[in-house]
Design a protein around this ligand. Structure first.
Ligand code: UDP
Length: 472
């Protein structure tokens, strides 16, 4: 009987830094049943229900989980004025002693071949040497983002002002050039602790044994080639995507009324509107969006979250989910649009929604998971980025791949209702929209092929564990 090899996997905090690495782990053990994954899960407070539901889907014979004690039992990190990224970094830093303890206990019972960590868990990479493991990062975002991050120390030397004030386009190897304002969100204030964390993170992940990236060669050919350019001296990069949840896990325990509503709509007629697991809009922006949807006269399915006027990532770590968002809609909106649209409070079974034939467009905040989920279903975009690397993703979709239309933000910082109507019409009924849909169908085919047995991503995911087997 073949000997079992053990891998330690360490997710980051936040649904979109937990779910993708777990799905990656599932695919790894499916392809290589002689590996056993132990997943060491840090958390800020109690886990949101969507994260718990994902953990319950893991095959227990191949993947076991160690839930670390939440680092914030007394809610000290819950104040709204602490930026989400700082909370994430502090959570990860405070979890390091428990991660170390868990690894020590594991290595006393079994030989661990490798550790694979989310990029937020970069501090855990230091334990790889102590426990004699290879170290890998699972990067759940675009190759464009990874290329930007690995190039950041160079940009930091070359550009002295804030990136948003830089007047020339910012050039990153392999990527569509970015306007300063579209550059990576967490790098936009170079005096902030977030920027310091970022440089620390980048310097650390430059020295791992390899980086798995949730993208695929055919979608990001040029940034992936740039990452693999030997002259750059980066670690080996393995594009293994698109890795997304199966829709069944996604829908467990959720209100599925919106799917019944979709059943009654015409093929390709509905615009799905969602800002990810935690994106929020201001009250004023919710009002503009509501009127834009109403005036467009198109069918819509809108996942609505309560507003936050200070920040757009307010609900990212699970906050605010108990507030009823429907009361923030303009007066009479639900009644006036009842034949046209449906509003779902806070959370929808997104993968099932995107799989539904009635959905013909996706107004998205450009989170990478949402993008990949939509690519796999061939649904083109209205790109409405909010935070993190989302503006760069919007550039990739609308200017690079040309599968999305990006609304203009007015000088008052709002996307106004007239603009919203224009982009909806462009995507849902215009010639440009039809072309985007065509290109999206090609991308869908590429994505499906990348995941086939002989596809580029499956090959990348197959090769490396063979090397781990030799080592163990
Ligand atoms: N999601 C969902 N239902 C929702 C909102 C989000 O299932 O109502 C899932 C979505 O399918 C995706 C993830 O949450 O897998 C969001 O990840 P993404 O990277 O798009 O954005 P983030 O949450 O990191 O901003």
């Amino acid at each position: 009987m073949e000997k079992t090899r053990y891998i330690a996997v360490i997710p980051g905090v936040g649904f979109s830094h937990l779910a993708p690495i777990l799905q990656f782990s599932k695919q790894l053990v499916e392809l290589h049943p002689h590996f056993h994954v132990t997943c060491i899960v840090p958390s800020l407070g109690s886990l949101p229900s969507a994260s718990k539901a994902i953990l319950e889907t893991l095959p227990p014979n191949y993947i076991n989980t160690i839930l670390l004690p939440p680092v914030n039992p007394n809610d000290q990190l819950s104040q709204e004025d602490i930026p989400v990224l700082v909370k994430i970094h502090l959570t990860m830093s405070h979890s390091m002693p428990s991660i170390h303890k868990a690894l020590k206990s594991l290595t006393s019972k079994a030989t661990l071949v490798a550790m694979v960590v989310d990029s937020f868990a970069f501090e855990a990479l230091d334990f790889a040497q102590e426990f004699n493991m290879l170290s890998y990062v699972y990067f759940p975002a675009a190759a464009t983002t990874l290329s930007t991050l690995l190039h950041l120390p160079k940009l930091d030397e070359e550009i002295s002002c804030e990136y948003r004030d830089f007047s020339d386009p910012i050039k990153v190897p392999g990527c569509v050039p970015f306007r300063g304002g579209d550059f990576y969100g967490p790098a936009q204030d170079r005096t902030s602790p977030v920027y310091k964390f970022l440089l620390q993170r980048v310097n650390r992940i430059r020295h791992v044994d390899g980086i798995f990236i949730n993208s695929f060669l055919e979608m990001e050919t040029s940034p992936i080639r740039a990452l693999k350019d030997e002259d750059k001296g980066y670690p080996p990069v393995y594009p293994v995507g698109p890795i997304v949840q199966s829709g069944d896990d996604d829908a467990k325990g959720l209100d599925l009324e919106c799917l019944t509503w979709l059943d009654k709509q015409q093929v390709g007629s509905v615009l799905y509107v969602s800002f990810g697991s935690g994106g929020t809009l201001s009250q004023e922006q919710i009002t503009e969006l509501a009127f834009g949807l109403e005036l467009s006269n198109h069918k819509f399915l809108w996942v609505l979250r309560a507003p936050n006027n200070a920040t757009s990532d307010a609900a990212y770590l699970g906050a605010q989910n108990d507030v009823d968002p429907l009361k923030f809609l303009p007066s009479g909106f639900l009644e006036r649009t009842k034949e046209k649209g449906m509003v779902v409070p806070s959370w929808a079974p997104q993968i099932q929604v995107l799989s539904h034939s009635s959905v013909g467009g996706f107004l998205t905040h450009c989170g990478w998971n949402s993008i990949l989920e939509s690519v796999l279903k061939g649904v083109p975009f209205i790109t409405w980025p909010l935070f993190a690397e989302q503006k760069m993703n919007a550039v990739l979709l609308s200017e690079g791949l040309k599968v999305g239309v990006r609304p203009r933000v007015s000088e008052n910082g709002l996307v106004e209702r007239v603009e919203i109507v224009d982009v909806i019409k462009c995507l849902m009924e215009g010639e440009e929209g039809a072309k985007m849909r065509e290109r999206m169908n090609e991308l869908k085919e590429d994505a499906t092929n990348a995941l086939k047995e002989d596809g580029s991503s499956t090959k990348a995911l197959s090769q490396l564990p063979l090397y781990w087997k030799i080592l163990a």
